[in-house]
Design a protein around this ligand. Structure first.
Ligand code: ATP
Length: 456
């Protein structure tokens, strides 16, 4: 363990009194176990003992994470004519982070316990060492969270570069490029999904807080007088996105920041919070950032980051509304929320009630028997569905066991090909949540599954 690392035991937030966390106390353990057992998330470099706070997304996890990001992109870019996408570089020069304020401000206060010498974030420990209970600490020191590296072969000050701690600055420094090339005018947004890196002092709670993670951020540039209206608009849009994808209202809330919590430039911030097993915690921050970012980069770079409104013949620096979500953290929330246990035919089962759009596989294609006579038809059904849905093809063990396996990873529909299928050209479609089975002709199967997907 390096000197900056601390054991993975600190409470990140105190559980809320009103949160019904008691019956969810073993949920985390169950979901983490499922993630490993079924190939959602692995500890990184596990064969070398693991590398703390880094995770690898396995065959199912990569599908789920992609689906979360795609669902965000669909809502934020594809289905809108006022938002465009961007994929900016992860490495950037100090000038960007100087202007944004990250070099001077992006830090956490660190203290060392005088008794057991563990290192903690001062704002997270509530005056008592979580390891030994001591109340004596060193004076807090600011610790910058950015990963610093060198670009090129010479490791001197002139070669310093940083891994981005957020994707947002890419949108600000490309504001003029996007404005010129797309002919958009405020209100319009630039969206980006990608990796960010923070040298977190207390990475913890599985993939909730890691040093390498993925974000989904959008900067929405608006005329200054419209900022508050758009802030409220994006609060509602973003909150509803989680509801539409299946998070129940009892597990999600909006928390408006108190004036004392706001950065000096922010005119308003609200977090979308999820009821994690340890209490309410942040999934996404939505901020009214005023004209701070474009002004800061405009002044530091000497480039005019403004909009010229021809009709009104006036020039202004747009204000920015920023919905900033974590993709990996959100994926974890979807997993926790979807995890359920019930009984089918007197036997207990585990299932992930994931929205079909998010499920790692939408369809399990299951020939009833391994006999060669069923295989050509089963494979032709698979080939028909694959261009439209992510499918799993499973021939091992009994059909009951295969249904349980698909339930456990959240596959909403299983298609079973049996010996009758050879005669009547129909298959059985089984629903994950109700376990209801219906017979459907193969030539209407694709349309039926698409209908169910659209209705989900
Ligand atoms: P926190 O208070 O939890 O450290 P933050 O307020 O610093 O988060 P933002 O800078 O607003 O977070 O980032 C936007 C989103 O990015 C967060 O809501 C979260 O979902 C995600 N995120 C931030 N830091 C991490 C991290 N270390 N690991 C995983 N996701 C993260």
């Amino acid at each position: 363990m390096s000197d900056q690392e601390v054991p993975n035991t600190a409470p990140d937030v105190a559980p809320d009194g009103d949160a019904d966390t008691a019956d969810r106390s073993d949920l985390m353990e169950k979901v983490v176990g499922l993630c490993k057992r079924r190939g959602f998330i692995f500890q990184s470099a596990e064969i070398y003992g693991g590398f703390r706070s880094t995770y690898d997304y396995g065959p199912l996890g990569v599908n789920l994470l992609r689906n979360v990001k795609n669902a965000w992109w669909e809502a934020m870019v594809q289905c809108r004519d006022d938002v465009v996408g961007l994929d900016a570089s992860i490495l950037s020069p100090p000038a960007v982070w100087e202007a944004s304020g990250h070099l001077s401000n992006f830090s956490d206060p660190l203290v060392d316990c005088m008794k057991c010498h563990q290192r903690w974030r001062e704002d997270k420990i509530e005056g008592v060492c979580p390891s030994c209970g001591s109340t004596e600490f060193t004076e807090p020191r600011a610790f910058n969270l950015m990963f610093k590296t060198h670009a090129g072969p010479i490791e001197d000050e002139g070669a310093v570069a940083y891994l981005r701690p957020e994707t947002a600055q890419g949108m600000f420094i490309n504001f003029a490029n996007v404005l010129q090339t797309t002919r958009k005018k405020p209100p319009f947004g630039i969206a980006q999904v990608g990796k960010s890196f923070r040298n977190e002092i207390t990475p913890q709670n599985f993939v909730f807080r890691t040093r390498e993670f993925e974000q989904m951020e959008m900067e929405y540039f608006v005329p200054p007088a419209e900022a508050q209206t758009w802030f409220e608009y994006w609060l509602a849009e973003r909150f509803n996105w989680y509801l539409r994808l299946g998070i129940p209202e009892s597990e999600i809330r909006l928390r408006h920041h108190e004036a004392s919590e706001l950065a000096h430039y922010a005119a308003g911030v609200a977090d979308v919070e999820f009821l994690f097993p340890w209490g309410w915690d942040e999934l996404e921050g939505i901020a009214n950032r005023s004209d701070f970012d474009l002004k800061a980069h405009g002044e530091a770079s000497g480039e005019k980051l403004e909009y010229y409104d021809q009709t009104a013949n006036e020039r202004y620096v747009p204000h920015v509304i920023e919905p900033a979500a974590g993709a990996t953290r959100t994926m974890m929330a979807f997993l926790l929320s979807a995890y359920s246990e019930d009984e089918v035919g007197g036997e207990s089962r585990t299932l992930l009630k994931l929205h079909p759009k998010l499920a790692p596989y939408q369809v399990g294609v299951l020939p009833l028997s391994k006999k060669e006579t069923l295989e050509p038809l089963a494979r032709s059904v698979l080939a028909m569905l694959q261009p439209h849905f992510m499918c799993d093809y499973d021939t091992t063990q009994s059909i009951g066991k295969r249904y349980r396996r698909q339930d456990e990873v959240g596959t909403p529909w299983c298609v079973t090909i049996d010996f009758d299928s050879l005669e009547d050209g129909a298959v059985t479609v089984r629903d994950r949540d109700t376990t209801e089975q219906v017979r459907i002709p193969i030539d209407g199967l694709l349309a039926e599954l698409r209908r169910r997907m659209d209705e989900a």
